[in-house]
Design a protein around this ligand. Structure first.
Ligand code: FAD
Ligand code: FES
Length: 329
């Protein structure tokens, strides 16, 4: 049993994904989450293989129509005939116009794409380093207000991309970007609806952008914003959130500390628990969830169980998996 990529045959083992097969053969295919979220592992099918549906979930229509799919979500079936994307099919260069530490652990980068890139606050971009490393970052800026794309990068210990973005990438340099991806953004309409936003870490970046987009669109309902962290130092955009609440009496911000005693006005406990305690009835709410996958995935279930309609829950788990630790032959 074999599949074909760029005219080369690769033997397939039963039960593995296309990504597994190619990695096992030493093919350097970019990937980050292996859960069908980040879209780093895109390949193109030259024929229409079976069972593409799952492997195309969440992709833009234009990509789907061209046969792109996520290799980590596609069963490696024999006789698949696949092509690696040409760089220009997915990526375009963007100039780094600003780079600044927002706190000891979070860095802000502003990009100016070479060509216009229609996007929404809350969507995410894939950034590709010259060596092919790809990672996803969510958009904090609001296109109608800011003529650049702003990203907030949490430095991960030993993090290949996050540390490089903070320390290695300089203003004036160029980086390749793909996207925008994802459906976690504000859609105008139902302006009286209450919005519940729960973020951990740099999950605050897309939610800050979404809150500002909603206010710009004239959203009149309450916006309840919960930012969770294990320590006070994690509230890297506290001043911005407090300024938003000071300008708009419909905006209510909560800083929730899960790991240590919370000095006032911070609240003690996990952001999700505090939010649900204060809003046990979520029927009619629109819910936005971003950040640590454990929080986002359990908050999604809990929001539904507390009455939010599934189509009113927008969630972006910052899925990750360090594939450099996976043994290859
Ligand atoms: C849709 C989406 C949107 C994202 N948006 C943002 C964003 O706006 N800001 C942001 O900072 N990150 C965001 N991420 C996470 C980001 O893509 C990377 O996973 C992260 O920057 C780590 O990459 P790295 O190369 O530095 O770390 P790696 O070299 O891949 O990993 C280094 C170590 O850090 C751990 N690690 C990596 N990522 C995480 C994580 N997310 N949580 C906990 N541990 C981790 C790994 O397990 C490993 O031990 C997003 C991810 C997704 C899928
Ligand atoms: S979607 Fe395949 S690695 Fe993230």
């Amino acid at each position: 049993m074999t599949l074909h990529l760029d005219g080369v045959e690769y033997a397939v083992n039963a039960g593995e994904s296309v990504l597994d097969t190619l990695l096992r053969h030493g093919v350097e295919l970019p990937n980050a989450c292996r859960r069908g979220v980040c879209q780093a592992c895109l390949l193109r099918s030259l024929d229409q293989p079976p069972r593409l549906a799952d492997a195309q979930r969440g992709l833009r229509d234009t990509l789907r129509q061209q046969g792109f799919f996520m290799a980590c979500q596609c069963p490696a079936e024999p006789e698949l005939n696949l092509a690696s994307p040409q760089s220009a099919e997915l990526f375009q260069p963007a100039l780094v116009i600003h780079s600044e530490a927002l706190s000891a652990s979070v860095h802000c980068i502003r990009l100016q794409p070479e060509q216009a890139l229609p996007h929404q606050a809350g969507q995410f971009l894939n950034l590709r380093r010259a060596d092919g490393l790809v990672r996803s970052y969510s958009i904090a800026s609001v296109p109608a207000l800011e003529p650049y794309i702003e990203l907030h990068v949490q430095r991960r210990q030993g993090g290949a991309m996050s540390q490089w973005l903070a320390d290695g990438l300089q203003v004036g340099q160029s980086i390749e970007i793909a996207g925008p991806n994802g459906n976690c953004f504000y859609l105008p309409g139902r302006a009286q609806q209450s919005l519940l936003m729960i973020a951990t870490g740099t999950g605050a970046a897309p939610l800050l952008g979404i809150a500002r987009s909603a206010l710009l669109s004239g959203h009149a309902g309450n916006i309840h914003f919960y930012h969770g962290s294990s320590s006070e130092a994690g509230f890297y955009c506290r001043a911005q959130l407090l300024a938003l609440a000071a300008q708009h009496d419909k905006v209510h911000v909560h800083f929730c500390i899960s790991g240590e005693a919370a000095p006032a006005p911070c609240e003690s406990g996990r952001a999700l628990d505090i939010a649900l305690r204060q809003h046990p009835e979520l029927s009619g709410f629109r819910v936005f969830l971003c950040g640590a996958p454990e929080m986002v995935n359990s908050a999604k279930k809990m929001a539904y169980l507390h009455g939010a309609a599934m189509q009113d829950i927008y969630a972006d788990p910052f899925e990750n998996r360090d594939l450099r630790q996976i043994a290859r032959p």
